[in-house]
Design a protein around this ligand. Structure first.
Ligand code: FAD
Ligand code: EPU
Length: 337
């Protein structure tokens, strides 16, 4: 591990924003991480922990130390008749973990196939897609508090998981470094095919018996058909969360916009932010070097050379127009630095 100075972060964030880190280090061992946190050279500097940089928008150079977590390793650490406990290092590429499990027919994360980023960051916003969330299979995680280097373990009940949310995106944001996560998967997978588009694809394929591997393949093909590839058009997936509103507010909106999609939750209705943005005329619109993607209005794109501030400016304009038309304030999903 070497501490580098004045390093471009362009290749370390999927938006492809060209900012610099004052100091940068990639750590692949816990000892290296602890050594770095205690190093007198950088002791009182601000720190930023980075996985795959796929949920981040840099708006300025980072004055401090960026640490890319590259801790490797996927290990089966426990099993019983029906479940298996898999541990992954924070730096494991999330989709590699999915493939490891899918290839062994362990069920529970196949619908989360092809989500970019690392295993360590996955619990931070409780990644979710196509009817599954990591919280459904989450057992525990380990890491260190930045302030004093003390070790900490979190079990599912302490993580305060919510929709694209957890304690690590709130009170512990930037204060706790995740080094290992553990997921309890099923040896007798029950497939979740509830999401509209997944159901349609399954019907089209007309397979007699479906495995987790088939589901993973279907999810990958759906994702490839509509989400921009960050290696071509920089992006961080959905820029905003889907807003959750009261039943009353939803029926008010339905009167004015009869075709507004709404998904009933226990105590609220979840709206499709992509629909709201599209109805405001943003879908496929480009402003300077950034824009709203032509196949998925919720994904903001860097078409090349955009600055983080430029993307943020566009996001602000989108928020204002959605608020003006629907009275709904969108909330960013992406971490703005
Ligand atoms: P980063 O972007 O590197 O970091 C995210 C945040 O976590 C930052 O605040 C960072 O400081 C912090 N952090 C990272 N690692 C650690 C660590 N080990 N310890 C402490 N803090 C840390 N998300 C979904 O939920 N569902 C989707 O379907 C989805 N689709 C996407 C599609 C595309 C094309 C893209 C580009 C993104 C998508 N995302 C999706 C968002 C993103 O992939 C996830 O949020 C992912 O978990 C981020 O992982 P990362 O390693 O890239 O995190
Ligand atoms: N829609 C539009 N126009 C658009 C995009 C979407 O009208 O341009 C409407 C359609 O009605 C569509 C509905 O929105 O049926 C839902 O669209 P989609 O299935 O693409 O999902 P999403 O709600 O836009 C969410 C997640 C994604 C996740 C998918 C699949 C959030 C913020 N986003 O998107 O996660 O992959 O569902 O489960 O919850 C991410 O978090 O970065 C991300 C990509």
């Amino acid at each position: 591990m070497t501490l580098q100075e004045n390093i471009s972060l362009k290749k370390f964030n999927t938006f492809g924003i060209d900012v610099k880190a004052e100091y940068f280090a990639e750590v692949s061992e816990i000892n290296e991480l602890l050594e770095l946190l205690n190093s007198s050279e950088i002791k009182n500097q601000p720190f930023l922990f980075l996985g795959g940089g796929s949920n981040i928008l840099f708006t300025a150079d980072f004055k401090g130390v960026v640490i890319k977590l590259a801790i490797p390793g996927i290990v089966i650490i426990d099993e019983d008749r029906s479940t298996i406990l898999v541990e992954a290092g924070a730096g494991v590429v999330w989709h590699d973990l999915v493939q490891f499990c899918v290839n062994k027919n362990f069920g529970g994360i196949e619908n989360l196939s092809l989500i970019p980023g690392t295993a360590g960051a996955a619990p931070i916003q409780n990644i979710g897609a196509y009817g599954q969330e990591i919280k459904d299979v989450f057992e525990s995680l380990s890491g260190y508090y930045l302030q004093d280097g003390a070790a900490g373990n979190f079990y599912k009940d302490n993580c305060r998981f919510g929709y694209r949310d957890s304690i690590f995106k709130r009170e512990l944001k930037g204060k706790f470094i995740i080094t290992k996560i553990r997921l309890r998967l099923s040896k007798d997978p029950v497939l979740n095919l509830s999401y509209g588009q997944v159901k349609q694809e399954v019907e089209k394929l007309n397979l007699k018996e479906l495995t987790v591997k088939d589901v993973s393949r279907i999810i990958c093909s759906i994702r490839k058909s509509k989400l921009p590839d960050p290696s071509i058009d920089g992006n961080a997936g959905s820029f905003f969360k889907n807003p959750e509103i009261s039943f009353e507010k939803f029926s008010g909106l339905q009167k004015e916009f009869p075709d507004i999609p709404g998904y009933t939750q226990e105590k609220s209705v979840k709206l499709a932010a992509g629909w709201l943005i599209e109805k405001c005329g943003w879908k496929g619109k480009r402003v300077g070097n950034s824009g709203s993607h032509s196949k998925q209005a919720l994904v903001l794109v860097n078409y090349g050379g955009a600055s983080g501030k430029e993307v943020l400016q566009l996001a602000g304009e989108i928020k204002s127009s959605v608020y003006k038309k629907f009275g709904i304030m969108l909330e960013e999903e992406v971490n703005i630095i």
